[in-house]
Design a protein around this ligand. Structure first.
Ligand code: CP
Length: 294
């Protein structure tokens, strides 16, 4: 299996081998290698992205691959061409692997059954964002030295979060304990059987406090009248961060809504790994692309 569709069902061994290979690439002494010379990788983003898109491109270039960048707005998608026909078109031109981000849930599975080249999920709907979870696990393992037994709180808009889902499956495979914290309108009922929902005051006591971007525009008529109300109830404020354990860390996949789910002063504080996470996106994606093409 060379596709990477999600972390659900991945074994601890598979995850560990990706994290170990990323560690190799993080320490690699020069920026460019020729590991994937002559291989073509297409980045197909049908949804916006900054971190994922650019870190895949940096990763591919560092491996010496030829990179094709596809932007939906400048393509025949604007004329109504489907995602399936677009991917099939690039496959027919001889790409060796495809990185894909898109809105629909469930379509990736169907694509993977009909496309011969390996596909890497760069985020699909609210389903999975496996490379984000892998770089998050890499960041945690590097900080704590292990993942087994770590307490991880994932706080915020769980309902819409592919990051929460991919982290849940990957962390549980590695023996970490995941808890969620969210207002009722942002809870995902189908995940309740997999991890407990706990109160905010409990959630901030974890080893890892992972905040999620809130999309208040998608919660019309919900619990909160304003971003300030949300911040007071579920935001990581400076006051709450002051009650975190001394060894604990703050994470966020970004982009960040400063002063909504996390206070501005905390984004770059000592406990925060937010920009470290972004830097780990490159070696993780190098390991994942290499796995797809090996
Ligand atoms: N964390 C993340 O996926 O960011 P982008 O949407 O900018 O890629």
């Amino acid at each position: 299996e060379k596709h990477l569709l999600g972390t659900k069902g991945m074994s601890a061994q598979e995850i560990t081998s990706i994290l170990d290979r990323a560690a190799y690439w993080e320490q690699y002494p020069v920026k460019l290698s020729n590991h994937l010379q002559g291989r073509f990788v297409a980045n197909m983003f049908f949804e916006n992205s900054t971190r994922t898109r650019f870190s895949f491109e940096v990763a591919e270039k560092r491996l010496g691959a030829e990179v094709l960048n596809f932007a939906a707005a400048a393509s025949s998608v604007a004329k109504g061409e489907s995602i399936y026909d677009t991917v099939k078109t690039l496959e027919s031109m001889g790409i060796d692997a495809g990185v894909i981000r898109m809105k629909p849930n469930g379509l990736l599975e169907e694509l993977a059954q009909n496309i011969r080249v390996p596909l890497i999920n760069a985020g699909d709907g609210n389903n999975e964002h496996p490379t984000q979870a892998l770089l998050d696990l890499y960041t945690m393992r590097k900080h704590f030295g292990h993942l087994q037994g770590l307490n991880v709180s994932i706080i915020g808009d769980i309902l819409h979060s592919r990051v929460a889902r991919s982290n849940l499956w990957a962390l549980q495979a590695m023996g970490a304990k995941v808890s969620f914290c969210a207002p009722e309108s942002m809870q995902a009922p189908e995940l309740a059987a997999h991890a407990p929902y706990i109160a905010m005051e409990e959630a901030v006591k974890a080893d890892v406090v992972m905040m999620l971007r809130v999309q208040l525009e998608r919660h019309e008529g919900g619990l909160f009248e304003s971003t300030e109300e949300y911040r007071e109830a579920y935001g990581l404020t400076e006051e709450r961060a002051g009650r975190m354990a001394p060894h604990a860390i703050i994470m966020h996949p970004a982009p960040v809504n400063r002063n909504v789910e996390i206070d501005d002063a905390l984004v770059e504080c000592e406990k925060s790994k937010i920009f470290t996470q972004m830097s780990h996106g490159v070696p993780i994606r190098m390991a994942v692309i290499e796995r797809a093409l090996s």
